[in-house]
Design a protein around this ligand. Structure first.
Ligand code: FE2
Length: 381
């Protein structure tokens, strides 16, 4: 059986943030809350969004307190302001954190706080329209039905269920993203795509969109890093991120993200960087289960296969192509990041506890997980 869905409508193209106000008006909103972070609020993109909303006659309430990995207390505060101010729409401006915060705050508009009682719980009254102005190409959060929120009571990341009403992908908003962040966010999308293709819950739509996302990332990421103003490259990365988001919303990510969350939580390394480091070894593991799908990942990267490769050879070939690619975009190794092999091995039990581990295509033993971590460490220097 395969199951896939259509979620958030998208407007794509240079200059499309100027349409924001009119689009929000079409959704029936008159008084919206802009959700963003303290750096974003100073940006030209934010100013343009605000102007477009004002031009369309919107009243605006600003909530600029979102921080990375938004914690529950920020969501609760945003929800309280939203209720008190009587808003009828939300506009998120930013990357994954403001987008996730917006989806979570929306739950608290017509439901009692705190947000923690809605972790994994879809039983709540719907909120107001939520529009995402996407300013980094990576999470694809505009097109997923979850919002990650940090549970500060239990000190873990958890998630609530919620979708956006509209996403605006304007490449002009991403030109100021520095090369390093461009690489990290794109590799997060790459991992979403590669894990979707090799997932337990594979489906044809996810495979199609994820393969296309990989093709675009491999072609356009180096260009966008070299020339941040290259609109064609920036636009293609936004599309790749969106397609990978749609793909993994249905197919779900698995071992790569379980590893990335665990290493990220322990050593505080940027999510996309750990995704990039994990994915070569994850492809080797996936090749034991569905080599044909790993081949699709490789072919999307531009590799060709003779047809007589063993499953192991397919895994190795795709893994080394990914390593070569991430080397070319300057992803630092775990050693360069100051982590010792012993420290890395110690996080193995965390991987089994990560929610994404529930979606692995085949269960692993502790020794297998340790081997994967050791290979991550030794095979990429
Ligand atoms: Fe991710």
């Amino acid at each position: 059986m395969a199951r896939y869905q259509q979620l958030c409508p998208i407007i794509y193209g240079e200059g499309t943030i100027s349409l924001l106000g009119e689009e929000v008006k079409k959704l029936g909103c008159t008084r919206v809350m802009m959700v963003s972070g303290k750096t974003m609020v100073k940006s030209e993109t934010y100013a343009k969004c605000k102007q477009s909303l004002l031009d369309a006659g919107m009243e605006i309430v600003e909530f600029n307190e979102v921080i990375p990995d938004p914690p529950d207390y920020i969501i609760n505060k945003g929800g309280e302001i939203a209720r008190k101010e009587g808003i009828d729409g939300i506009v998120a401006v930013g990357g994954g954190s403001p987008m996730d915060a917006a989806k979570a705050i929306n739950i608290l508009i017509n439901n009692p706080p705190p947000i923690n009682q809605y972790f994994g719980n879809p039983n709540y009254k719907p909120g107001v329209p939520v529009v995402m102005v996407v300013t980094t190409a990576g999470t694809g959060s505009e097109s997923t039905n979850v919002a990650v929120v940090t549970d500060t009571i239990n000190d873990v990341k958890n998630s609530v269920i919620g979708v956006a009403s509209l996403g605006i992908l304007d490449p002009e908003t991403t030109v100021t993203v520095p090369p390093e962040t461009t690489a990290y966010t794109a590799m997060d999308a790459f991992a979403h795509a590669a894990e979707s293709i090799t997932a337990k819950e594979q489906n044809p739509k996810s495979e199609l969109l994820a393969s296309d996302a990989i093709r675009r990332i491999v072609k356009y990421l180096p260009i966008a890093m070299e020339d941040g103003n290259n609109m064609e490259a920036r636009g293609n990365l936004l599309i790749a991120s969106n397609f990978a988001g749609i793909a993994f919303n249905d197919a779900l990510v698995h071992l790569g993200h379980a590893i990335a969350h665990s290493i990220g939580a322990k050593f505080h390394i940027t999510h996309g960087a750990v995704c990039a480091l994990a994915i070569p070894e994850v492809m080797k593991y996936a090749a034991e289960i569905s080599p044909d799908k790993v081949k699709i990942v490789g072919e999307s990267m531009g590799l060709s296969f003779e047809g007589n490769e063993t499953d192991k050879e397919i895994g190795e070939k795709v893994a080394s192509a990914i390593r070569e690619f991430i080397k070319s975009i300057n992803i630092k190794s775990l050693k360069e990041l100051g982590i010792s092999k012993e420290e890395l091995i110690d996080i193995a039990p965390m991987i089994f506890d990560d929610p994404c581990y529930n979606f692995v295509p085949r269960e692993l033993t502790k020794d297998e997980v340790v081997d994967i971590l050791v290979n991550m460490y030794e095979n990429y220097n």
